[in-house]
Design a binder for this molecule. Sequence first.
Ligand code: SIN
Length: 306
Amino acid sequence: MTPDLKVVIAGVEFSNPLMTASGCCGYGEELSEIFPLSKLGGLVTKSITLHPRLGHPTPRTAETSCGMLNAIGLANVGVDKFIAEKIPFLARQKTKIIVNVAGSTIKEYVEVCARLNDCEPIDMVELNISCPNVDEGGMEFGADPKMTEKSIRAVKKVFQRPLIAKLSPNVTSIVEIAQAAEQGGADVLSLINSLVGTAIDIDTWQPRLTNNKGGLTGPAIKPIALAMVDAVYSHCKLPIIGIGGIASAADVVEFMLCGATAVEIGTALFIQPDIPVKIAKDLKTYLKDKKLTSITNLIGKVRKYK
Ligand code: SIN
């Protein structure tokens, strides 16, 4: 029997637990030229804001050992153009559509989400309360439990489908923030966003990003992400989408054993854009070898030492 990769999150059925991480495939058009997006459980768009943003000047990415730094500065087309020009394409894709939303104020998050609420093809919104690369908003909301709860509560009033809170690792206690998101009415948690970092060019003595610092992603952050997923899973009831350096089926299994119901693949897409197709195939082989009929059998099943 072929093992079942299906997962259900907040009442929404995903054909498999693999999604793209926000910012790693724009609005999906280019990725669809490489493989059919129906192979993904879900596609998470680049962060959308109320007004278009050009983002930071280049260079805004830099390679590091086992990872990547980015400080894009939330470059995006803005919600109106997104709805007019990107939604028609996304609506034709046979995968779940998750729109990542960022803002500088609670009012901005609410305005964007209210407009997205009228777009039928959108299955969920992922609220980016964790961007480390902007002066206003972003991490400001996700680093303070009260602001986290307040922003989620406000968005829940205008957005009627499931809401994901994307959490920052750049906090003293991610569990406290996760609990605040749960309190505010979030339906799902995704973690982790990037870790603040920098890199310096030793010839020019300048930072390698024009923003001077950025967010570290990729395999380098996987152990941190796993420990955070494990901690949040032990203290919150909400389903978790794991993010952080996922590049193989083994990585997905680790995240699911620690409590994730699904995962987002980010930096690995820049190395091998069709990696989700390979991971889905390898997951089936792993489940078959383990004589498991459903991938959901893995969720939270890590066998910890006493
Ligand atoms: C960026 O656009 O700078 C990255 C977004 C994020 O990390 O949330």
